[in-house]
Design a protein around this ligand. Structure first.
Ligand SMILES: [Zn+2]
Ligand SMILES: [Zn+2]
Length: 166
């Protein structure tokens, strides 16, 4: 069956010289994979791609899977930058032989999957670009300094939210 997961995230943007902070078009999400029959696989999504890449395991290696980003709405305000993404993926029942657990379709009550989101920026002082990420298991608040001029360009205060859409 088709499952849709909504991911929302907001980062605070402190007052600092303009760094052209923006969301990058890829993300990683941990989901069950019916192809390699492993639970909780880190799966790489790229906006516009009609398939995603499952990290697989030592037996299968990385492989394509039936999953994609269907919504990618960004909002860049004066003091915050936010994202709402929806990913669709195909879920089918299987038994993870390595962990000896059955795959479980996500429900509203399930533990949220892990997610990592990517951002980029451009330092005006050094005319150089940089990148960083935000993910659900960071200790917060977690400020981001520019890797070139060291001013604070973002603060990871809120945990990205991941929920099942019906
Ligand atoms: Zn897989
Ligand atoms: Zn800078």
């Amino acid at each position: 069956m088709l499952q849709s997961i909504e991911i929302t995230a907001t980062l605070a943007v402190p007052e600092s010289p303009f760094h052209n902070l923006h969301w990058s078009s890829g993300l990683e999400l941990s989901i069950d994979c019916f192809i390699c029959e492993r639970t909780g696989r880190t799966t790489r999504f790229e906006l516009g791609a009609e398939r995603a890449i499952c990290s697989g395991d030592s037996r299968t290696g990385r492989h394509y899977t039936a999953a994609r980003i269907s919504v990618f709405d960004i909002d860049i305000g004066a003091d915050q930058i936010s994202l709402r993404a929806v990913v669709d993926y195909w879920w089918a029942p299987f038994h993870d032989a390595k962990r000896d657990v059955a795959a479980t379709a996500l429900t509203r009550e399930s533990r949220s999957p892990w997610v990592r989101l990517h951002l980029g920026y451009h330092c005006p002082e050094h005319n150089a670009s940089g990148a960083f990420s935000d993910q659900t298991n960071l200790v917060r608040p977690c400020p981001v300094p520019c890797e070139h001029c060291a001013v604070s360009i973002a603060d990871r205060r809120e945990v990205p939210r991941v929920r099942l859409l019906t």
